[in-house]
Design a protein around this ligand. Sequence first.
Ligand SMILES: Cc1cc2nc3c(=O)[nH]c(=O)nc-3n(C[C@H](O)[C@H](O)[C@H](O)COP(=O)(O)OP(=O)(O)OC[C@H]3O[C@@H](n4cnc5c(N)ncnc54)[C@H](O)[C@@H]3O)c2cc1C
Length: 410
Amino acid sequence: MAKKPQDATVIVGGGHAAGTLLTTLLQKKYQQEVVLVGEESHPPYQRPPLSKNYLAGDVDQESLYLKPRSVYENAGHQLRLGVRVEQIDRDNKTIRLSDQGTLKYDRLILATGSHVRRLNAPGADLKGIHYLHDIADSDALRDQFSPGQRLVIVGGGYIGLEVAAIAVKGGLKVTVLEAADRVMQRVTGPEISAFFQAKHRSAGVEVRLDTAVIGFESDDAGHVAGVAVADGCTVPADLVLVSVGIMPETALAESAGLPCDDGILVDEYARSDDPAVLAIGDCTRHRNLFFEQPQRMESVANAVDQARIAAATLMGDYKPYDAVPWFWSNQYDARLQMAGLSKGHDERVVRGNPQDGAFAVFYMRGGNLIAVDAANMPIAFMVGKKLIYQRRDIDAEALSDPHVELKSLV
Ligand SMILES: Cc1cc2nc3c(=O)[nH]c(=O)nc-3n(C[C@H](O)[C@H](O)[C@H](O)COP(=O)(O)OP(=O)(O)OC[C@H]3O[C@@H](n4cnc5c(N)ncnc54)[C@H](O)[C@@H]3O)c2cc1C
């Protein structure tokens, strides 16, 4: 059933946050017409499988979509896909589109996500150098996977490591080059890094730490043939994946004069400083009542939580963001689940034994639990997440004692 176009609510972006917002509005029977404008040609989809089972070829493209396109359209909403929003005119509440069209909005929600950080090094534009952010990137990478190919991955973060796990299983010769002295250093502690380094090495991946990339070498056809590192060596390569982080996509918001600082600044209700404009997902730096300082998150959990908060705000039913952030990564048979932020911890408590393949690290500050990273130990993740939210003093010994049931601590 068509809805009233003069009341259009416009969502910019077609990722996890945008899709969850539209789905939530459908569930809540939102009365205004919603137009979603997404630069990619796909309906909103989930990205985690792009470095996991979709890259491995185990699931098909349709399974990535949050909902089939028809679900949104049958409910009277519009999807304008393959169209980029070029400009926002906040005075006239109008956006300009890449297909030369314009749209008027009553409420505008920016869900523009992030873009990959590019390496600025000699040879970085050679053929055979890949990045991974969308379906097309994952397809392009998988097309090049064949047994015996030498894949060099620049960056030992979770995406690079997930790709390493899939590639080595597919028979590629994989080398990971990491500038820090351990993998996933930005997001986890040394015990978890050591566990995953050992897993990769035992699977046949060469993991080189303290190794900064300074450039790429080419063959006669302009295709990458090697990766030059700071100690003067060149690592031979048939294929390269650069995976060195992402940046929030704020250009559109900035050019419209919306306050941004490493993300579009929004409050705990997903509101920018313009009452007609909200922002959600990877593109934001937002207030979460759980933290004193605004945060920027790169996770599905944040995209979903903020989308639900924005839906409530749009419907006048204000619900502040107050949640413990969480995240996961799958590598081989190991599922890493993380909750809270470990930065600033003064003590680490380990439960279980990495050698047994299942353990957790609890991060404490001043006697409070602030984060947990659990490898194949879902109960530690679930209980840890609750304890972090409760902010109670926790007996560190009880956390590590296998005779104390974790559930009894909540
Ligand atoms: C390979 C990979 C694996 C991941 N694995 C995990 C994981 O295991 N666990 C986890 O929690 N998180 C994971 N993430 C992160 C997670 O997918 C993101 O945090 C999440 O997708 C953020 O959703 P979003 O909607 O904010 O942004 P995005 O998903 O980036 O979507 C933003 C969309 O907006 C569009 N857009 C941008 N600007 C415009 C414009 N001007 N006009 C129109 N459209 C525009 C973009 O094209 C894009 O489609 C992974 C990410 C990747 C890339």
